[in-house]
Design a binder for this molecule. Structure first.
Ligand code: CMC
Length: 377
């Protein structure tokens, strides 16, 4: 008998069609519904991109206005969700808090079992609208600050920053944040999206699929990397001499076989298509907050990683320091990723549901040979 072929980590294995996005590592491009992500980041708001991912087309003015009204009306948090978040210890990781809050919303929604496309879109928009409240509420409670009510006169990103910090945000910061949301929104069959599709394939509900996706995103090989990048920066220490310290830190980390967070990618082997756009936004934040030392460290580590390993940064590398500069707690970075990726996840959940096949791969048994329980007595 020939040895079975194992596709460890499903690397290089296409498992289904998708019309949501296309990743092309050869041309270093990422298209959402056909549009290059860089063009979307330059000309659209995150609301328009969310609409595009769900409906397949960019909205016209009337459609956008209606969609924005719908989203703005859903931004608040029920007392029940706040109460359950309050029950969680302050030591809980914010990803665990977000996962729990989504679970509570699902448990309370009478439409949870309704898997019609309309009901699922409704749930997707509800989570999209409420995640900023959840993330901001949790960050603020850790600082013993009150919940900031959402404002329906602000766009998604401006309102998110308002709810997180309780101050009207500056336009430059809003733009950089919005760009990050657009870039994080969708990336084909990554681990968390695939998780959401696996759960959906059993005919489970959208909230369960999203809860599972959050669990998959938390890990440092996936979304947890943006948080981990900031821990690296903290270990090295920004400020004078940061560039030299970065190189020394890297040599030591590589010598002890550590994975350098924010570098490398399963699909892109020659650089992540989203990095130049996010790097540009991060540099704007460096200027805005006057932190050239952070950029020096960033450049030094990237350059040294290129020289030592020829491995390029992924989106989490510029996103981490950008969120730090905006004032987010490091532990909140991956929940920000959730707030964005809810759009891509739910687009995939609806696509999976519309042309479902149970996802159930095979395994090759490698344990002990068949044996029998000895007779007793
Ligand atoms: N630091 C050090 N070495 C690395 C890294 C890294 N970040 N990435 C890859 N390598 C090495 C790896 O050790 C291996 O070397 P060797 O062949 O000598 O064993 C080689 O490059 C191939 O790596 P791999 O781990 O087999 O490749 P993969 O496709 O399984 O890994 C990855 C992709 C993202 C898991 C990996 O690059 C990694 O662990 N990166 C750090 C975590 C990270 O930044 N994740 C975010 C991913 S992108 C955005 C997102 O989802 O949030």
């Amino acid at each position: 008998t020939t040895a079975p072929v194992i596709f460890k980590g499903l690397a290089g294995v296409p498992v289904d069609y998708t019309a949501v996005s296309k990743v092309n590592p050869e041309t270093n491009s990422l298209l959402y519904r056909g549009y290059p992500v860089q063009e979307l980041a330059a000309s659209c708001t995150f609301e328009e991109v969310a609409y595009l991912l769900w409906y397949g087309e960019l909205p016209d003015d009337t459609q956008l206005a209606a969609f924005e009204d719908r989203e703005r009306a859903l931004r608040g948090l029920d007392h029940e969700v706040k109460r359950i978040i309050d029950e969680l210890p302050l030591t809980a990781h914010p990803m665990d808090v977000v996962r729990t809050a989504v679970s509570v919303i699902g448990a309370s929604d009478p439409a949870t079992p309704d898997d019609s496309p309309e009901a699922n879109l409704d749930k997707a928009i509800r989570l999209f609208a409420k995640l900023p409240s959840i993330v901001a509420y949790d960050q603020r409670r850790r600082h013993e600050l009150e919940f900031v009510e959402p404002r329906d006169d602000l766009g998604y990103s401006a309102n998110f920053l308002w709810q997180a910090f309780g101050e009207a945000p500056e336009l430059e910061v809003v733009t950089a944040f919005d760009v990050s949301m657009i870039l994080y929104a969708e990336h084909s069959f990554n681990a968390s999206t695939f998780t959401a599709r696996v759960i959906t394939s059993t005919l489970s509900d959208l909230y369960s699929a999203v809860t599972g996706a959050i669990g998959a995103l938390k890990g440092p090989l996936h979304g947890g990397a943006n948080e981990a990048v900031m821990h690296t920066f903290d270990e090295i220490g920004a400020g004078p001499g940061g560039a030299e310290r970065a190189v020394a830190w890297l040599d030591e980390a590589l010598a002890s076989k550590r994975k350098i967070m924010g570098f490398g990618h399963r699909v892109y082997k020659n650089g992540d298509s989203r990095v130049p756009t996010m790097r540009d936004s991060m540099e704007r934040m460096v200027e805005h907050y006057d932190r050239p030392d952070l950029l020096e460290l960033y450049v030094a580590l990237e350059q040294a990683m290129g020289e030592r390993k020829n491995i390029k940064p992924n989106l989490d590398y510029p996103a981490g320091p950008a969120y730090h500069l905006m004032g987010f707690d490091t532990l909140t970075f991956t929940p920000l990723f959730v707030a964005s990726r809810i759009t891509g996840w739910t687009a995939h959940i609806m696509e999976q549901a519309a042309a479902n096949a149970l996802i159930r791969p095979l395994s090759v048994y490698s344990g002990v040979d068949e044996r029998h329980v000895p007779a007793k007595g």
